[in-house]
Design a protein. Structure first.
Length: 277
């Protein structure tokens, strides 16, 4: 059950959009929202989390506190939710770890990302993606132009990792909350008999795990450009969100997932729900 949501903010336009998305999500889920601002230790200047956002320096914690209080009051009034804020000090080197360290207090992290520039920024430490990589729970990456809508059509990216070897707890919370049609896009390496059998087993096991969902659809494809195939598929079924798990033990799968996450959230308006084992 999603009861507590945290949304990091640096007062940029990207963060403001993520806050609005998070507030609407919280209203739908009847959850409380906490705004998290990371204050650089020793300098008193707010850390800019989102590449491409308009930077507004925060000269001291008191100023940040006043701004957050105003944002919370407006958010409460507009979206009829409980809204609080927290300010945490961190060095430039440690602030992502600080954000990730706070996440176990919450059921869901919602963070903004600024768009195409983040494809390059990812390799130099784009903050939103670094949080997603280090996060151990569930996180929604919200593109700058994305708007919240109830999740009616959810794309779940899959491969031959069966649900028995994955934790779908966070994903099941989503499906209970929105009751969406689930469209599983299964990427296969080949069309041989082994892959056919693995796909059939996956479908059976997935349906057992999500047996409360009335609509589950499966599509298996092979593709040399998974990000493009995913985007085309998501547009075709009018998706409201894309869900991917972040593999922790298999480096190859993890690399593929990271590429999908960064590319899709950087070049489309689909929110990306990332969950870990």
């Amino acid at each position: 059950m999603i009861q507590k949501i945290v949304c990091p903010t640096d007062f940029s336009s990207v963060a403001s959009n993520a806050i609005e998305y998070a507030a609407k999500f919280a209203n739908h889920a009847k959850a409380a929202l906490t705004l998290l601002h990371v204050q650089k230790l020793g300098v008193g200047e707010g850390i800019n989390l989102f590449a491409g956002g308009e930077r507004e320096s925060v000269h001291d914690a008191n100023m940040a506190s006043r701004r957050l209080e105003d944002i919370c009051l407006e958010t409460k009034r507009t979206f009829n939710i409980e809204c609080n804020f927290e300010i945490i000090g961190a060095t430039l080197e440690s602030f992502v770890s600080v954000i990730v360290g706070e996440s176990p207090k919450y059921d869901l992290t919602i963070i903004g990302t600024s768009g195409e520039d983040n494809i390059n920024q990812f390799y130099f430490g784009s903050h939103s993606y670094r949080v997603a990589r280090m996060e151990t729970g569930a996180i929604i990456i919200v593109p700058e132009a994305s708007e919240f809508t109830p999740i009616n059509n959810l794309v779940v990216v899959a491969d031959n990792n069966s649900p028995e070897r994955l934790s779908f707890d966070h994903l099941k919370q989503f499906t209970r909350l929105f009751q969406p049609a689930i469209h599983v896009l299964y990427f296969s390496d080949s069309e041989n008999q082994y892959e056919q059998s693995a796909f059939a087993d996956f479908c059976n096991q997935f349906e057992e795990v999500f047996n409360n969902n009335k609509e589950i659809y499966f599509e298996k494809i092979t593709s040399e450009n998974q990000a493009l195939s995913l985007e085309i598929f998501a547009k075709k079924i009018n998706a409201d969100m894309i869900a991917l798990y972040m593999e922790e033990n298999n480096p190859l799968i993890r690399m593929t997932r990271e590429d999908l996450i960064q590319t899709v959230s950087a070049t489309t308006n689909f929110p990306v729900f990332v969950f870990h084992k």
